[in-house]
Write a protein that binds this ligand. Structure first.
Ligand code: BGC
Length: 457
């Protein structure tokens, strides 16, 4: 007999294909997440000219997305329980369409900022609902690589945004740069309509027959009764949870792991590196805009490629080894950068440029197989099912809050204390992150979501 969540090999190929399609469609939300956070740096150059933006307004156009995402993530927690995981993703797709149109046709700055806020809301919804939906439909043995498709899509979205910015740079058509997101938005909204609801959500709604029908379909004819029994037992034992119960003592260990990982993903500096790469390269001695930009695109491509390491290993080696090795590696490269950017030196040494490219690339490789994908994965799998949506929402919202603080403060920090001290600060957070992971983060590889719940008891 098949074990819960583990189809027999004869059905396995078909089931994996079906899940990959479902996961791939949900991951389009990640593509939009990456695209809309990445596209603004190039678009801003032209928006600034058209609307004569002040520095403060520029800051708002850029950061409105992160603030919107914070609110969207919290709303995603409620919606994912009320209307379901799949419908929340569809709602995010519709919001992406609306927001892209608002941005593309914005007659002035206030509407543009409003549009960027709505983009952020959609990204926030996606950041909660997409990984959760994928985690709840995927069989345990491939859940890691399936949820990692979401991160892969984020990284691809960032590179596509650089490409689109580049493509429209001659004409300066920022409206096209922002408006093109309508296409993946439509794919997300309409592509998911024929897809099944999460069987775990259906069971929580008391819709067991529908849940069984979904499971029979997505497990491609493999025995599903053990999985149904396991989910039913879980629903009956745990009852239902609300936002107010998030303070419960029993949830604290899981919630601290979720929030901790989400915050460490940001305070170790990934977006300082990704958002400000051209500036970092320039201060390392590359005076030409072209070289700085080419190196930035190179870093984006490295980010995409190295994510495949996680897809390959996350269900084989497990989450903990990847997290520990990756975070330690990030910390080390940050420390090397800290030493290399020695502001006391009289002139920028010639080797600094090459060393910076090497260090930032290696740093991004380490991120791409560890804190990048595994944070989204683990916050979708470590929480007991009755609290999964609100607890994941709180974790994702902490990630967005930390993202906001880091990207806002990086330029100020560099101006106030210098690049070296800034890199050392991120490295110090890296050390804390490694200690935290070793001490607190459980291994979830190969376990069903219901088995993971039992780990905390
Ligand atoms: C992070 C983003 C980051 C992206 C880079 C995501 O996992 O949440 O903040 O920009 O990875 O690949």
């Amino acid at each position: 007999m098949a074990e819960a969540g583990r189809p027999t090999s004869e059905h396995s190929g078909q089931a994996v294909f079906y899940i990959a399609v479902v996961a791939g469609l949900a991951a389009v939300g990640g593509l939009l997440f990456g695209y809309d956070t990445g596209v603004i740096s190039g678009a801003l150059l032209y928006i600034e000219k058209d609307f004569r933006l002040s520095d403060a307004m520029q800051g708002l156009v850029v950061s409105a997305v992160t603030l919107g995402a914070l609110v969207g993530a919290l709303a995603g927690g409620t919606l994912a329980d009320r209307i379901g995981r799949r419908s929340t993703n569809i709602g995010a797709g519709l919001l992406f369409i609306l927001a892209s149109l608002i941005c593309a046709f914005a007659p002035g700055v206030p509407i543009l900022i409003g549009g960027r806020l709505v983009v952020g809301l959609a990204i926030g919804l996606t950041s909660v609902a997409a990984p959760m939906y994928i985690a709840e439909v995927a069989p345990a043995r491939i859940r890691g690589s399936m949820v990692t498709l979401f991160q892969l899509a984020i990284t691809i979205g960032i590179v596509v945004a650089y490409g689109v910015d580049e493509g429209f740079s001659a004409s300066g058509s920022w409206r096209w740069m922002l408006g093109l997101a309508v296409i993946p938005g439509a794919l997300l909204a309409f592509g998911l309509i024929p897809m099944p609801s999460s069987p775990r959500w259906l069971m929580r709604q008391g819709r067991e027959d529908e849940a069984r029908a979904v499971l029979e379909k997505i497990r491609a004819g493999a025995e599903v009764e053990p999985e149904i029994d396991e989910i039913r037992a879980d629903v009956e034992a745990e009852g239902s949870g609300t936002w107010r119960d998030l303070g419960a003592r029993s949830l604290r260990p899981a919630l601290s792991v979720g929030v901790g990982l989400a915050v460490f993903q940001q305070v170790t500096g990934i977006n300082a590196v990704l958002y400000y790469a051209p500036k970092i390269f320039q201060s390392a001695g590359f005076s030409s805009d072209f070289v700085a930009l080419a190196a930035t695109i190179g870093i984006g491509v490295v980010n995409v490629l190295a994510t495949f390491i996680a897809i390959w290993l996350v269900d084989r080696a497990g989450r903990r080894p990847l997290l520990i090795v990756g975070t330690a590696g990030m910390t080390l490269t940050l420390a090397v950068l800290g030493f290399a950017f020695d502001e006391s030196a009289a002139a920028t040494p010639e080797w600094l440029g090459v060393l910076t490219i090497v260090c930032l690339s290696v740093y991004v490789v380490f991120f791409a197989f560890s804190l990048g994908p595994i944070v989204w994965l683990m916050i979708s799998e470590i929480f007991p099912s009755q609290y999964r949506a609100p607890a994941m929402a709180v974790s994702a919202a902490s990630n967005w809050a930390a993202n906001f603080v880091v990207s806002l403060t990086f330029p100020m920090l560099r101006a106030a204390v210098g690049s070296s001290a800034t890199f050392f600060l991120y490295a110090a957070f890296g050390v804390l992150a490694v200690v935290f992971i070793v001490a607190r983060v459980p291994e979830t590889r190969g376990r069903t979501l219901e088995e993971i719940e039992a780990l905390w008891h």
